[in-house]
Design a protein around this ligand. Structure first.
Ligand code: IPD
Length: 295
């Protein structure tokens, strides 16, 4: 069946704005922990997901739904049209009063992100994208400025020019046990942030901002060149992925080998649009694999 993606996108924007009101008017009181002491969840996350899933099921009863708070191990994304939702992306920021927080609403069809809406209810910045139709940034700060809508990327994409000229965003995520992914992350970050190319030193700067969805939008906008994370989930990336693709950015596997990860691959390397994407992806992979020395 053909779906009216523009209508769906408009509806997702309305839902995101309403969900945003719940988030900004709530007081964070009860903080709970999921798998460990750095994996936070609040009653707000749960209430917002409930509001979103109820609204979406009512309007699109035949579509699937996958949300962070109701996900159960073993659930997989199917080929059916599915809303992939993170009610609060950046829960740790919310708990600590940092406004880098978003609601991330994606629609996948055959596991490919077709619509993405990422909304920051504190700054009232909205990113939206539709497969094949472009992606947009709308801001509505204060009352003096009328809301403005601009096509992404916000700057014409300059050539990327190598990792040594990039601002790279990375996230620690909540998997911080010894070994495995955590070791890969610490070593990779150390390699990316050295300050001299001849030391294997790299990148204009390294950032860790706390919302995967907004990070992908930052790459789409062009103020981040790269975002690397190993360990985030489909709901963190589905919406931002669509927005980034429509801004000529690309998403590949965070670790070497796979140029086409799936939305449930859990390892993502996002690179902004512009000449030199393949070279910079290779440079990041060299950092992951330790082909670049730390000391
Ligand atoms: C998390 C944030 C964080 C990223 C984690 C995500 P949540 O989402 O996006 O930046 O590092 O991997 O799980 O838990 O705040 O929805």
């Amino acid at each position: 069946a053909d779906h009216d993606l523009e209508e769906i996108c408009d509806y997702l924007i309305r839902i995101a704005e309403q969900a945003g009101e719940i988030i900004t008017s709530a007081k964070v009181t009860d903080v709970d922990f999921k798998k460990n002491s750095v994996d936070l969840v609040t009653e707000i996350d749960q209430a917002v997901e409930k509001f979103i899933s109820t609204s979406l099921r009512e309007r699109y009863p035949s579509f699937g739904f996958m949300g962070e708070e109701t996900y159960k191990p073993g659930d997989i994304l199917s080929d059916d049209p599915t809303f992939v939702v993170d009610p609060v992306d950046g829960t740790t920021n919310l708990v600590h009063g940092n406004p880098y927080v978003s609601i991330s609403l994606g629609l996948t069809i055959k596991k490919i992100p077709h619509v993405g809406v990422v909304y920051n209810p504190f700054t009232k910045e909205l990113f939206s994208g539709i497969l094949g139709k472009g992606s947009f940034y709308t801001t509505n700060y204060g009352t003096a400025i009328q809301s403005q809508k601009a096509r992404l990327p916000l700057r014409p994409p300059q050539p990327i020019g190598g990792l040594e000229r990039c601002v790279v965003c990375v996230e620690w995520g909540s998997d911080r046990g010894p070994g495995g992914d955590y070791e890969v992350k610490t070593k990779t970050f150390a390699r990316i942030c050295r300050n001299k190319a001849e030391n294997g030193g790299m990148s204009h700067g390294i950032r860790s901002l706390g919302s995967a969805a907004l990070n992908l939008c930052g790459v789409a906008a062009g103020f981040l060149d790269i975002y690397w994370e190993s360990g985030c989930w489909a709901w963190d990336v589905a919406a931002g992925w669509c927005i980034l693709n429509e801004a000529q950015g690309s998403v590949v596997d965070a670790n070497p080998g796979n140029w086409n990860p799936t939305v449930d691959g859990r390892r993502y390397l996002a690179v902004r649009g512009g000449e030199g994407q393949e070279e910079v992806i290779q440079q990041i992979w060299d950092c992951v694999e330790g082909k670049i020395a730390v000391g």
